[in-house]
Design a protein. Structure first.
Length: 333
């Protein structure tokens, strides 16, 4: 009889094996050890005293490996759960983070606020260009991008394409994207022309195409239903204008506009990597932003005025002055 033969119990839980009074192995056995997994006493009697210790060594090694694999798997799972719980506590879903954008094309405001380091990027549009006295051209966008990239933490700069038709918007969008495909996000309006331009650009700049990827932000959003359009396009962002939405509602405008943004956030997905982010724009106060953050939204763009409100906590300023005065009083003489 051959010592090594297919076992009818392969893949099933096998009883512990006994060789010279020693017990080796519980549960599922590896294929290499199935020769020693027979239930019959006859097989055990055939195994020579030389092979019995070898079987013990194999089984002992296998079970030690099992223990290490199980311990490693449990450790990794515990780490993932702990990290997930931490992110849930701070209001960020798994794989997502808070992103704050400064909403202006005024480089003097950039110089004042961007060095603080907590901004993920900058958002602009033709109206902000006009207010800042910046020409609406690809060349101007190139210069602004060069300036923005000098500041710490700036990962993205948003420029809005201009044009009357889908083709014109797509042509400008392509030029803007080519300034820096990894950092430039092209903004397009949620009109038929804007959606058509987004479709043209998405068709060319697919995730795995030879042309590389294309980052899109669908803007001029005034209704929660428009989140379906941006999600369908798989746009990186959709920008609802919270302040203006509230002004267009007669009764309880702010509450209803905030609820619309929360609904859009639910439509956009479970906040996993790749889902469309709700980039809340036209914020009138920090209070509005905090209400949205508590509800789970994680991406905001706001003006320098709102940023000043965010930074201006009188009690914090007073405590900092008190600490500095105490430090000066205790300087070594």
């Amino acid at each position: 009889m051959a010592l090594i033969s297919p076992s009818p119990l392969h893949g099933l839980a096998a009883p512990p094996l006994k060789f010279d009074g020693a017990v080796f192995g519980h549960g599922k056995q590896p294929r290499a050890c199935m020769a020693f997994s027979s239930r019959s006493q006859h097989t055990n009697s055939i195994l020579s005293p030389v092979l019995a210790p070898l079987a013990g060594v194999v089984m002992l090694g296998w079970h030690r490996l099992q223990v290490r694999l199980i311990a490693g798997s449990q450790g990794r799972r515990h780490h993932r759960l702990q990290r997930h719980a931490t992110k849930e506590l701070i209001g960020c879903g798994p794989g997502r983070d808070i992103r704050l954008f400064l909403d202006t094309a005024d480089t003097e405001e950039w110089e004042r606020l961007l060095p603080l380091g907590f901004f993920f990027g900058v958002t602009t549009n033709p109206v902000l260009f006009q207010r800042a006295g910046v020409q609406c051209s690809v060349g101007s966008c190139k210069e602004l991008l060069k300036i923005a990239k000098q500041y710490p933490g700036i990962q993205e700069v948003m420029f809005q394409a201009w044009g009357e038709s889908a083709r014109e918007l797509a042509d400008v969008g392509q030029q803007l994207r080519n300034l820096d495909p990894t950092r430039v996000v092209v903004k397009l309006p949620l009109t038929e022309a804007g959606l058509g331009a987004a479709a043209l650009l998405r068709q060319k700049y697919k995730m795995r195409s030879k042309w590389g990827r294309m980052k899109l932000c669908m803007t001029t959003c005034y209704a929660s239903q428009q989140s379906l359009l941006a999600t369908g396009l798989r746009a990186e962002y959709i920008a609802p204008y919270l302040g203006r939405m509230a002004e267009n509602i007669d009764v309880d405008g702010e509450d209803k506009a905030i609820q619309d943004c929360v609904d859009m956030h639910k439509v956009a997905g479970d906040r996993t990597v790749g889902a469309t982010r709700i980039l809340v724009a036209s914020l009138r106060s920090v209070h509005q932003m905090m209400r949205l953050a508590v509800a789970g939204l994680d991406t905001f763009t706001f003006s320098p005025k709102v940023c000043d409100e965010l930074l201006s906590v009188e009690a914090t300023q007073g405590a900092a002055v008190e600490f500095q005065q105490a430090a000066q009083a205790m300087y070594p003489k």
